[in-house]
Design a protein around this ligand. Structure first.
Ligand code: SF4
Length: 76
């Protein structure tokens, strides 16, 4: 699937997340690990770097990162 032009929203499905932190390593300004050992999207995270976010989403071993494009369509 090709990258969208813009990203509207990014979410982490905490039920799926296993805390591997690949997303945090790839995009530390967007993702962090919470006290529960699960990733979350940082408040006010800059979602303009589409390639970085898509790479981070693709790096997730359990596909827990949900990325929505400018039209609200799930793209990863
Ligand atoms: S890469 Fe996926 S499983 Fe690992 S911490 Fe991030 S969301 Fe969780």
């Amino acid at each position: 699937m090709s990258d969208p032009t813009k990203i509207k929203k990014v979410e982490v499905d905490k039920d799926l997340c296993i805390g591997s932190a690949s997303c945090v390593a790839g995009a530390p300004d967007i993702f962090d690990l919470g006290d529960d050992g699960k990733a979350y999207v940082k408040k006010g995270a800059d979602l303009s770097d589409v390639a970085k976010i898509m790479d981070a989403a693709r790096s997730c071993p359990v596909n827990a990162i949900k990325v929505y494009d400018q039209d609200g369509k799930l793209v990863s």
